[in-house]
Design a protein around this ligand. Structure first.
Ligand code: LLP
Length: 386
């Protein structure tokens, strides 16, 4: 074991592979549970979209979290991992009929509905099965977030949610339907948010909407504020567990809940981000005109975040202690954007060295593709390797 990695075991494995530090994951889940327990009416649904690896999902299930799913496949993955259907919520702007039917058959807790046509289809399919579907409306709060433009979701220009102006009409439509039960409101403003002020802005907007509903004597049971808490990509060792205390305290302080109401959170990245690394081998060190390249066997197919969002993932040469040099760290894919980072300081790199790309536990493996006919890398956990 060098540092946090069981390197002697890594040497036996075919690269690249995802590595999940199950101790970090369990520690993270323990802190979530401890902080949530401070507030009687708070509960967390893990956003399966961040990482649906069965080994990871099983540990999350053991911790008692529910699941936030955005497809039939995610619902199946959550249920297979043991998460009870009555702890599953189902969101997404484009739910197919078979996915709605799957949710109805399992009897999931709630459909987060994003449009009137979708509401009509849910009512129709529930009627055909003689069931009543719980629904919450995803409201587009038109609240910005200080994060990358591709991962902001709560602005009026985004495709997500029902506009606040349409809310009353949508609620009236639902109240007149026989096979849906309107139980909540749902929001989500974006991802990788580190400024608690963004969540305060969301709370203020939710409070405003609640006042409007209250004037109509409507009190919904559930307020789902989505996810979005970010992680420290620059310092995965210094802050392996995000500041859940501050996150939940912000909502406790600013979200006005009535006694009969509960708050739901859909955390993804903050749960699994820091437990994962992509472990890759150096194929070649190539001298360029004015720089040197470390060419890895992992590429954007295995971790697309740097190419897609210009995201930073800390990189470490875990098999060298030699003095640091600067490298452009790149993958083998035939795309110029297949670059993990430029002018990255690494302990002197040789062919065969192992490079860890850190904080890859969320939106890493799950976003992998087979482009260039590449295999999706395998995944291993600390539990399996020590
Ligand atoms: N709830 C809803 C409705 C969402 O759309 C999302 C994420 C979450 C919860 C979970 O958000 P989190 O707690 O993980 O921030 N692929 C991008 C992130 C896309 C997030 C999409 N929605 C990335 O790699 O940064």
């Amino acid at each position: 074991m060098k540092g946090i990695f069981p390197i002697h075991r890594f040497r036996e494995l075919e690269t690249p592979f995802y590595y999940y530090d199950t101790k970090v994951l369990r520690d993270t889940l323990a802190v979530i549970n401890k902080e949530v327990a401070k507030y009687e009416k708070f509960s967390v649904h893990y956003a399966v979209k961040a990482n649906a690896n069965p080994k990871v999902l099983t540990i999350i299930c053991e911790s008692g979290l529910g699941a936030d799913c955005v497809s039939g496949g995610e619902i199946r993955a959550a249920i297979k991992a043991g998460i009870p259907a009555d702890k599953v919520v189902f969101a997404g702007v484009g739910k197919a009929d078979w996915e709605i039917n799957l949710g109805l058959d399992y009897g999931i807790f709630c459909f987060n509905v994003e449009s009137v046509p979708e509401l009509e289809v849910i009512n129709e399919l529930a009627t055909a099965k003689g069931k009543i579907a719980n629904v919450a409306f995803r409201i587009n709060p038109n609240v910005g977030a200080h994060t990358h433009k591709n991962i902001t979701t709560g602005l009026a220009e985004n495709k997500f949610g029902i506009s606040m102006a349409d809310m009353d009409q949508v609620i009236d439509t639902a109240l007149a339907m026989r096979n849906v039960k309107f139980i909540g409101l749902h929001f989500h403003i974006g991802s990788q948010i580190l400024d608690m002020g963004d969540f305060v802005a969301l709370c203020n907007r939710v409070n405003e909407l609640q006042e409007k509903l209250y004037a109509r004597q409507i009190i919904v049971e559930h307020i789902n504020v989505g996810g979005g808490l970010g992680i420290d990509y620059a310092h995965p060792n210094r802050q392996p567990v995000p500041d859940f205390a501050a996150y939940f305290a912000t909502y406790a302080q600013h979200l006005k809940l009535r006694p009969e109401q509960s708050a739901h959170f859909e955390l993804g990245r903050a749960v699994t981000g820091q437990c994962g690394s992509l472990i890759s081998k150096v194929l070649y060190v190539k001298q360029g005109a004015n720089k040197q390249f470390a060419i890895l066997d992992a590429g954007m197919t295995d971790l697309i975040r740097p190419a897609l969002y210009q995201a930073y993932h800390k990189m470490e040469n875990i098999t060298s202690e030699e003095p640091v040099e600067a490298y452009d760290v790149v993958g083998p894919i035939c795309e110029s954007s297949d670059v993990f980072g430029k002018a990255i300081d690494l302990n002197k790199v040789h062919r065969g060295d192992l490079i860890a790309l850190r904080s890859a536990g969320a939106y890493g493996e799950i976003m992998a593709s087979g482009y260039n006919c590449r295999e999706i890398p395998k995944a291993y956990t600390l539990d399996e390797l020590v």
